[in-house]
Ligand binder design. Sequence first.
Ligand SMILES: Nc1nc2c(ncn2[C@@H]2O[C@H](COP(=O)(O)OP(=O)(O)O)[C@@H](O)[C@H]2O)c(=O)[nH]1
Ligand SMILES: [Mg+2]
Length: 450
Amino acid sequence: MYTIDKADSRGGVREYETPRRHTVPTCAGAHGIPDTLGERPFVLLEYEKPPTVNYTLSDPCVTEKPPPKMAPSPIEMPMLERTRLILVGGFLGAGKTTLLRRAAEKLMASGRRVALLANDQAEGLVDTSLLRETGADVDEVGGGCFCCRFPQMMEAVERLMRRSRPEIIIAEPVGSCTDLAATVIRPIRKMFGEQIEVAPLSVLIDVHQMRIMQDLGREFDKRISRLPDSVLHIYRTQLEEADVVVLNKCDLVSSDDLVALEASLADLLGDRPRFAISAEAGTGVDDWLEAIASGETESRTARVDYDVYAEGEAAMGWLNANGTVKAQADVDWTDFMQRLVRQIQADIAAAGGVVQHLKCFLTVPRKGHVAGNCIDNTRPPVIRGNLEPSVRKANLLVNARVLIASETLRRVVVDAVERVGADTAVETRLNVVRSFHPDRPEPVHRMLDS
Ligand SMILES: Nc1nc2c(ncn2[C@@H]2O[C@H](COP(=O)(O)OP(=O)(O)O)[C@@H](O)[C@H]2O)c(=O)[nH]1
Ligand SMILES: [Mg+2]
């Protein structure tokens, strides 16, 4: 049980119930900031009484954006006194980033100030680049999930609040992360409740992932899903703590299939609010936004077994790489991206891996981008965006989350990038390649009581 008393806030030793029970000394002063933050300023983390953040137009840190020229609001949302934090969880590839983009566009078109927060186990995120294209202010927490990097998350929230004074911040936790209610939502409500209001927790599951859950419900042969039980534990606990469940990619199934999938969701979740949407097409997104526009999260505690959760995360090889591509002549960059994603996907399958999410991104600042995505070993990649054939140099990002050994993943990606370069007469260079297995989740806080 988490307790906080006056002795804590005067710099004593606070005990947290974390997966591996340990004590966290609040030696960085009354703020409880882990030593790793050193002397860096951190305004929001006041435990006893969070300071009221009064931003004025004369505040030199505030960049006042011109009011958006927008159509009248189609989204019904009350005026907000506190910054509203909308967390959108869900497994890798469920469509969180796509939904964040869509939601930000809609809210900004309604005249709302919106900021977005991405999160990953390492830096160099495709998602951050994609989110920036909405025109919203974007920040990123790298190097670990929100729960294990809670102070960094709140630093990023503060940066966003100072930079663009958002009414709404939409945040996307790492797709393999669960137990958000206990490790992120309750700590925020407890420590920053005066400034931040946490919306009902939305958890996305796409129609393919829902089929896996549906089949498991029918005691279907688990091997078909090719997912270890530890990974399915993450799927289950993510849904368990959801206030609102969003079934995404409904454009990919027939209306009969959709009825069946929704019925399975109802079996799993009882009468919890559910939405069937297509984040890509925008269908159903307004209804979801209106539903989470008011009210606060119930913060339900999921029954997370940290040993199994850690095993599920560690089953995944994680790779973030960045580099450049250069061409001497015109190149069809969409075709290049198609080949690149297909090659990596095929090589991963040949090496015995199972793709959870593979994202590649080619970008030329202010000129455009091409993004390639695939979420399993077999479905063809989805390619979006455009780069003119005359582009001679672009930046390349590769993010891969795969059930495979991280060293194998590294070799596969490096070789595939080189091979596709050679086949297309494009000079490819990877400057930084980080590949690893996520560490055991060690949340900074874990509050099991509402
Ligand atoms: N058909 C379809 N594809 C979608 C939809 N939403 C997302 N996607 C695709 O699913 C893939 C993963 O999406 P992304 O937003 O990156 O997932 P995340 O890992 O949860 O952030 C991408 O190829 C998206 O284009 C949708 O509503 N319909
Ligand atoms: Mg994402």
